[in-house]
Structure formats: C-alpha cells, structure tokens
Design a protein around this ligand. Structure first.
Ligand SMILES: CC(C)(COP(=O)(O)OP(=O)(O)OC[C@H]1O[C@@H](n2cnc3c(N)ncnc32)[C@H](O)[C@@H]1OP(=O)(O)O)[C@@H](O)C(=O)NCCC(=O)NCCS
Length: 287
C-alpha cells in the first residue's frame, strides 16, 4: 500500500511505499551516507537489506517522484522471550525535514509490523538529541527503561557519533492505549512542563549541566532530567561541554533507571531565554 502526502502549503507530494527492488536498495545505502556522513564500513549494505526483507524485515521509503528522500528499516527480533520488531534506522534528507515525513514512515512501519501480528517495536536513540527525544516520546508515545553505554563503541565515522554512542532503548507498544491516543491527533500539542518536579540534572544559566544531590530527588514519584536543545551545535562550538553533558546525563539516566524509574515524556521549554529539553520519569518498574 502507498500513501500520498501533500500539504496545502509548499511541501511536495510525497509517496510512502515499500522499497522492494535491488537498485532502490542501493539508494538506501547512499542516503545513509548522506544523512549520517558515515563511511562505507558503517553503512547497512544492500545484501543485508535484501536478505532481511526475505525473512520479515520492513523497509519503507518516502519518495519525491523517483527520488528517495527518507526511509525506515527494521527487522524481526526476539527480546525477553517474545518476538518483537527492532527498528534500526530512520532517516529523512535535511531539505525534507519537519514535514512529518519521519512520522508517516513510522506509521507505515507500525502498520506493517502489526500485520505480522507483532505488537512492539524497539529502537535506540541518543538521549542528548532533543529532536529525536521529542519525536519519539512526544509524537510517537514510546517508553524507555534501559540505558546503554557506548552501544556502538566510543565513536563511529558518523558526525552524530562523536561524543560516544550512549543510547536510550525505547519501546513502542503499537496497540497500547497510550500509543493509540498519541496517534489520534496528527498535530501534537506541546506537553506542558509540570511544576515542582525535582531534577537530577539541570541546564544551568551558563549552559553547563548542574547535577543535584540524588538523595533529594530519588524516591519522589516523578523526576526530570534536562538537556540542551542543540547538542550538535554545542559539540561544534564547545566540545568539552558536550562531553560534560554526556557524562552528566549518563549518570542521571543510570541512577534513575537503577532506582526503578521509567522515562515517559519529553517536553520542550525555555528558561531565561534559553531553550531546553526536559525528560520526565515516573517511578514505575514495568510497562
Ligand atoms: C530524526 C528525523 C528522521 C526526523 O525527520 P522529520 O521528517 O523531520 O521528522 P518529523 O517532521 O516527522 O518530526 C520532527 C519533529 O521534531 C521537531 N523538532 C525539530 N527540531 C527540534 C529540536 N531541536 N528539538 C526538539 N524537537 C525538534 C519538529 O518540530 C517536528 O515536530 P512537529 O511535527 O510537532 O512540529 C531526521 O531529523 C533525521 O533524518 N535525522 C538524522 C538521522 C536520525 O537521527 N535518525 C533517527 C535515529 S536512528
């Protein structure tokens, strides 16, 4: 099935459809290199795409006429005794971003995975990337209860992987009430920032991470972990500060998850003119 998208404004009509032909999979290799800036060795190759599709992988593209402008790729997986789908990559060409294409690709992936009678998709993302955090928690309604330190090693050839490759492991419960509700409205309201939630890490006025005493925070029903809104720009301008952010947020997520908190939401906010992102965690062990 394919979906045709067009907005009333200037966004081009985009078709969302399965990527089935071998030459089209070559374009997926190229798009990976363009989006992540990776070298050949760090790209998922065509042969892997072909073989995994034969055994249930889902590979969906967003096309502007014949040009591939985005894709999502994942494969069947086995986690904690049950069959799941693990989504490995999602990418949209920079000039096509912020037109909801990634969201439409995830909806197409969800539809195909549900058709295989699989009810959950997992994936990982860098918790310092505010855009991805908002996309995953705010638009899709994922949950996270696992933090992986340097999941792909200390760095890869991608410019997005230069301050380590720590990842939050997220779960998308495809048929759950939370996700159904989240997907009901196409345009998401920005989640209001709750008041008086104690924070493990805050963005200080100078932009540095400020750690708070865990004994004052852990044990509360809710807590927050803040991040700067533009980690990639910060990494270019002040690499040492970006590393400090990695260390502080790694500490905070590890402490919180070990104490039984679940990452549930992400809000965007401003404080004294400074844009920040705020993760909200709830003291609940399972979902
Ligand atoms: C992540 C990615 C796929 C998103 O693609 P996209 O088509 O622009 O995504 P969408 O338009 O569906 O949603 C993006 C949302 O992020 C929001 N956003 C943009 N910049 C943001 C920021 N700095 N902080 C928080 N949210 C931000 C947008 O406002 C939009 O939300 P809205 O629709 O409510 O306005 C794309 O940015 C990308 O390819 N990034 C590089 C690769 C990557 O990180 N892949 C995912 C991990 S594997």
């Amino acid at each position: 099935m394919s979906i045709i998208l067009s907005s009333a404004t200037e966004a081009p009509a985009i078709i969302i459809r399965d990527i089935e032909r071998v030459p089209e999979m070559r374009e997926v290799e190229t798009l990976q290199k363009d989006v992540w800036g990776s070298n050949d060795l760090d790209v998922v190759p065509l042969t892997m795409l072909v073989a995994s599709r034969e055994v249930g992988a889902v590979l969906v593209g967003a096309y502007d006429e014949s040009m591939l402008v985005g894709f999502v790729y994942g494969f069947p997986a086995y986690e904690n005794g049950q069959v799941t789908h693990h989504s490995h990559m999602l990418a949209v060409r920079p000039s096509y971003r912020n037109h909801n294409l990634a969201y439409k690709l995830k909806l197409a992936q969800r539809e195909r995975v549900l058709a295989q009678s699989i009810k959950r998709i997992t994936w990982t993302f860098d918790p310092l990337q505010s855009l991805n955090a908002y996309f995953n928690f705010g638009k899709l309604g994922v949950l996270a209860d696992t933090y992986k330190i340097n999941f792909y090693g200390e760095a890869t050839s991608s410019f997005l992987h230069q301050i380590g490759t720590d990842r939050l492991w997220v779960t998308w419960l495809l048929d759950g009430e939370r996700v159904r509700q989240r997907l009901q409205t196409e345009k998401k309201e920005s989640m209001p920032v709750p008041e008086r939630v104690p924070s493990l890490v805050q963005v200080a006025l100078d932009g540095a991470p400020r750690r708070n005493e865990p004994s004052r925070v852990l044990g509360q029903e809710h807590l927050s972990i803040e991040i700067p809104s533009e980690i990639n720009a910060l990494q270019n301008k002040k690499p040492a500060l970006a590393v400090e952010w990695r260390e502080a947020t790694r500490w905070a997520f590890m402490e919180a998850i070990a104490s039984g908190y679940l990452v549930e939401e992400f809000c965007r906010s401003t404080r004294k003119g400074q844009s920040i992102g705020i993760y909200l965690l709830d003291h609940r062990k399972e979902f």
